[in-house]
Design a binder for this molecule. Structure first.
Ligand code: B12
Length: 449
């Protein structure tokens, strides 16, 4: 039987907040087709060379986002040096197949389930394979969590203190991440991977979602879950059906959070939000990105500030908390725009916001624009594409001020929300190592002036 090792690379454990679902899908599909598979997670601290030594795979599949590209290449070099057929996939190799091929044998662009089966079981050996997208995602089995160190992920809150999207989950609760749809109905946001993927929105039926949750309850006794997909609220009928089934099947004690677009929430009947609340929904995450109407247009978010406020009002009224993201330093952003974002955070009751520095990810609309304007420096250090460090100042804010902005905004938020600040400090005291890691990354841009 052909042996395949799937590897999640990276060293910064603050990112090891959830099970690598993409590898889980690839593994499940490979297993369904008759391969023997193991998943190795370097990001959560596993010793990949030792595990490879024990397993002796025929094929290694390595995933990579941009900030972990060098870690992924180091793993790929190691695999190749041991004579293992080495395949890479994920957003970064997809954008830079030539760069990746300096370290691996094959690059898969797009969704990799079918391509990896072709490689591992049918000896397909093209250097670059177009994976495209899978139309009916129900043909992919549930992620192969049985191949993962689930104790580590179920108790992720014990290991990584700042999992900001999980404020509704009690510290010792068993949490699982789940992905029941792929694609986003709105592919215009200028910084997002969807602008080059342009894969249509596809979703598992409500029945299939419930089947997975039942399985997770049986296998792991989960108490909380989070839907990581781009927009859980796109298909409201599906949300209603899932909520009804959760209640009917007695699964409504499992608390959950999910992502949404502002414009999907605006116009949602309050009864649907109330129903979701009864079915266990406790948090909705939205990419607000800015408090400035001008910046929302620049980022092509497709909604207005008024709609953002309305979405927050509707969610809060249903007794659900709002979690959200803000981006600072977008193209043309001024200090006045940033001030509007700071005020937005201060005034609205967004719980544990995530504040990022605008990052021109390869393939995104903004990247393509910069490329056309010949402003792309090919010698980028990919490690810095972590949304915590400034890659290029595209804003009208002086670089010195922009570097400080993220820390300042966090400070301002926590000063105006002392209860969250206290929770944050207590959590930090319990996790000194991760706290130091987080602080270094937040303050690095400030002191590098
Ligand atoms: C869940 C998630 C996370 C999770 C898990 C990350 C992970 N590695 O899976 C966490 C919270 C840890 C995370 C962190 C970050 N994330 Co994130 N995340 C996502 C999210 C929302 C879903 C990922 C997912 O499961 N997708 C569904 C699966 C089915 O798709 P997929 O991952 O692309 O995998 C398919 C194909 O790419 C391919 N494939 C992937 N790997 C491989 C390997 C092989 C061998 C083959 C053949 C094929 C293959 O087949 C897979 C199955 O079809 C995506 C957005 C999205 N919708 O994809 C962003 C996304 C991946 N994240 C992104 C970013 C920027 C980050 C952070 C930098 C943010 C931050 N500062 O915290 C960090 C980086 C962490 C890291 N170590 O990589 C960007 C990456 C952009 C880029 N060019 O790097 C994305 C695309 C969102 C965006 N902003 O556009 N993230």
């Amino acid at each position: 039987m052909v042996k395949v090792a799937l590897i999640n690379p990276g060293k910064s454990q603050r990112f090891a907040v959830q099970e690598p679902l993409n590898l889980g899908f690839l593994a499940a599909y490979l297993e369904k087709n008759g391969a023997q598979v193991k998943i190795f997670d370097q990001l959560s601290g596993q010793d990949v060379p030792a595990l490879l030594n024990d397993f002796k795979p025929d094929v290694a599949g390595i995933t990579s986002t941009t900030p972990v590209a060098y870690d992924a290449y180091a793993v790929a070099d190691h695999c190749k040096s041991r004579g293992i057929l080495t395949v890479m996939g994920g957003v970064h190799p997809w954008m830079f197949p030539e760069e990746a091929l300096e370290h691996c044998d094959i690059v898969v662009k797009g969704e990799g389930e079918k391509a990896l089966v072709d490689i591992a079981l049918h000896n397909k050996r093209d250097r670059v394979i177009e994976g495209g997208y899978i139309e009916n995602i129900e043909e992919i089995p549930f992620p192969a969590r049985h191949l993962m160190d689930m104790e580590r992920y179920l108790y992720c809150k014990k290991y990584v203190p700042y999992i900001l999207h999980l404020p509704y989950v009690p510290a010792n609760a068993k949490i699982i991440h789940i992905l029941t749809s792929r694609g986003c109905p709105h592919s215009e946001c200028i910084f997002c991977h969807n602008s080059f993927k342009r894969f249509p929105y596809r979703a598992n039926s409500a029945e299939k979602v419930i089947e997975e949750i039942k399985q997770l309850k049986k296998d792991y006794g989960i108490e909380a879950l989070y839907y990581v997909e781009d927009d859980f609220w796109t298909d409201k009928e599906r949300v209603v059906r899932i909520s009804e089934l959760l209640i009917k099947e007695g699964l409504d004690k499992i608390v959950w959070g999910a992502s949404a677009r502002v414009d999907q929430i605006v116009g949602t009947e309050p009864e649907i939000l109330n129903l979701a609340r009864r079915a266990g929904c406790r948090s909705i995450t939205m990419g607000f990105e800015s408090g400035s109407p001008r910046m929302l247009e620049e980022l092509k978010k497709g909604f207005t500030i008024e709609q953002a406020h309305e979405a927050i009002r509707l969610i809060k009224k249903a007794g659900i908390i709002v979690h959200g993201n803000i981006i600072v330093g977008g193209p043309g952003e001024t200090l006045r725009d940033a001030e509007l974002s700071r005020e937005f955070l201060k005034k609205t009751s967004i719980v544990t916001p995530e504040i990022y520095i605008f990052t021109p990810y390869p393939g995104s609309q903004v990247w393509c624009r910069l490329e056309a304007e010949q402003k792309i420096d090919r010698k980028f250090d990919w490690r810095r594409f972590n949304q915590e460090e400034l890659i290029m100042n595209l804003s009208n804010i002086p670089t010195k001020a922009l570097n400080k902005l993220r820390s300042k905004m966090y400070l301002s938020y926590y000063l105006s929300h002392p209860v969250y600040a206290l929770k944050f400090i207590l959590s930090a005291l319990k996790h000194p190592v991760s706290t130091a890691d987080k602080l270094v990354h937040t303050l690095k841009p400030v002191f590098k002036l």
